[in-house]
Design a protein around this ligand. Structure first.
Ligand code: ZN
Ligand code: ZN
Length: 246
């Protein structure tokens, strides 16, 4: 870059390298790379490594990344949520609970998930758990129908993404009312079949919604595009453009 094009790498460029290493599962290389970055490192860089740790299930490095993030970006709830989910996936419930306690003690609140979708020039916004929209009964009906077909295709609700200490049934209900799922049902009801459904989400899309959206793109034969906090996901024919890495 520098020799041939005269471009001096900025933090974004270094971040991309960390992303590439992390995607490839070369987490130690990513970590060493971060340590050798000659300019000041920001939270995004460590957050990228944390994302890789989640996908490649490396708890030790995830803990290290979170330590840096606690200093660089202390009020960002997203990182604590990812770490807590990593513990939950590994069935280390005590540690998951410890992270949630830590969030509470530091006064960090989980930002409520919020998704919006535009239909005929009007933006409709859904918050997780919201049932106040006039079309809610129709949306929930559609969801139940989709859920039946998804289960036939092997979908099982991923309750580990729910950070609440409640019983399985309430967790399931909570999961099914994630804001992007509400927005999707609304979109399926109101957007003509040939038009892609576009959803914006304020947080990172969760694992469960990701699996569900892949499945629904095939069942409903629709293209669904979700812009979450980190990137675009283009769901089509049962797959996502991010190749399950985000
Ligand atoms: Zn979700
Ligand atoms: Zn994706």
């Amino acid at each position: 870059m520098t020799r041939d094009y005269g471009i001096i790498p900025q933090i974004e460029h270094y971040g991309c390298m960390v992303d590439l290493f992390s995607r490839a599962g070369l987490l130690q290389e990513a970590r060493e790379f971060i340590e050798n970055i000659p300019i000041e490192v920001n939270g995004v860089v460590w957050g990228t490594l944390l994302g890789g740790c989640k996908v490649h299930k490396n708890i030790e490095l995830a803990e290290e990344a979170t330590k840096h993030l606690a200093e660089l970006d202390p009020l960002n709830d997203g990182y604590y949520v990812v770490l807590s989910n990593i513990y939950a996936e590994a069935e280390r419930w005590e540690d998951a609970a410890r992270v949630r306690r830590l969030m509470r003690n530091r006064g960090i609140k989980k930002t409520p998930g919020c998704s919006s979708i535009e239909v005929d020039g009007i933006i409709h916004t859904f918050v997780a758990g919201d049932d106040s929209h006039p079309q809610s009964p129709k949306m929930f009906q559609l969801w139940e129908k989709l859920l039946g077909e998804m289960k036939q295709r092997g979908y099982a609700p991923n309750l580990s993404v729910v950070l609440l200490d409640t019983d399985e049934e309430s967790k399931e209900k909570f999961l099914y009312r994630h804001s992007e799922k509400l927005a999707l049902c609304f979109g399926l009801l109101n957007i003509s079949p040939k038009t892609p459904i576009r959803i914006m989400k304020n947080l990172r899309v969760c694992e469960d919604c990701h699996v569900a959206f892949k499945c629904i793109s095939a069942i409903a034969n629709r293209e669904i595009i979700v812009r979450d906090r980190n990137r675009f996901h283009c769901f089509k024919d049962g797959l996502c453009s991010c190749q399950d890495y985000w």
